[in-house]
Design a protein around this ligand. Sequence first.
Ligand code: MF3
Ligand code: CO
Ligand code: CO
Length: 256
Amino acid sequence: MGNDRIVLLSKREIAKMREAGKLAAQLLDHLAPMVKPGISTLELNDEAERWTQAHGAISAPLGYHGFPKSICTSINEVICHGIPSVTEILKDGDIINIDVTPILDGYYGDTSRTFFVGEPSPLAKQLVEVTAECLQRGIEAVQPGGRVGDIGAAIQEHAEAHGFSVVRDFVGHGVNRVFHTAPQIPHYGTRGKGKKLRPGMVFTIEPMINEGTWEAQVQADGWTALTKDRKLSAQFEHTIAILETGVEILTRPADD
Ligand code: MF3
Ligand code: CO
Ligand code: CO
């Protein structure tokens, strides 16, 4: 994976990515009203799978390196890659990240949001708001001719200014007809460092921001990544394209 070349997509390929990204955003919009106390993460998974198929797409996570379900559902202290389960029931005060990646006509749209289940605690609310702002600031740091390090620096500054930490073990990634490819996009770093940002590059920015330590532990299932201190973690993800003129968010919801 580290030897992958950075691929620059043509206008035609970016148009295909735009369709996949739009579908991914619509899938999250569709799942959002189901996020209520009492629902299981398996019910969210199964509706996502049904909706994806009904829209002529394929769920990329299902079977990816052996991942057993169609979406990732990551609750509270789960950083990412939570596996939907019939025994995992949402309860009032939880935060849950839902990460979806439909494949439409061969192209991948990768996006996630963190949702509140009922009423969040003030701390959970602040963490989730700051994490959404981190993604926004990361996107605003992208410009043709800039560097990958500009993105992580913007995110890290904002998270740490609020006393939160940035997960190191998972990064954003190039995405096209391949789920995870070059470049890697760390959510921490130094301005002016790293690979040059060029028109035609398409990648995700997906900061995972923790209440406490940034350190992660992967569970025995080989997937579920938890905060080492079991404090809260939140995440938002968009797939973006660099155009000659600037940046386009391919997974932006229609009403945003
Ligand atoms: N969608 C995740 C990402 O943002 C990857 C999930 S891989 C899976 O990169 F196998 F866990 F589904
Ligand atoms: Co991703
Ligand atoms: Co994702």
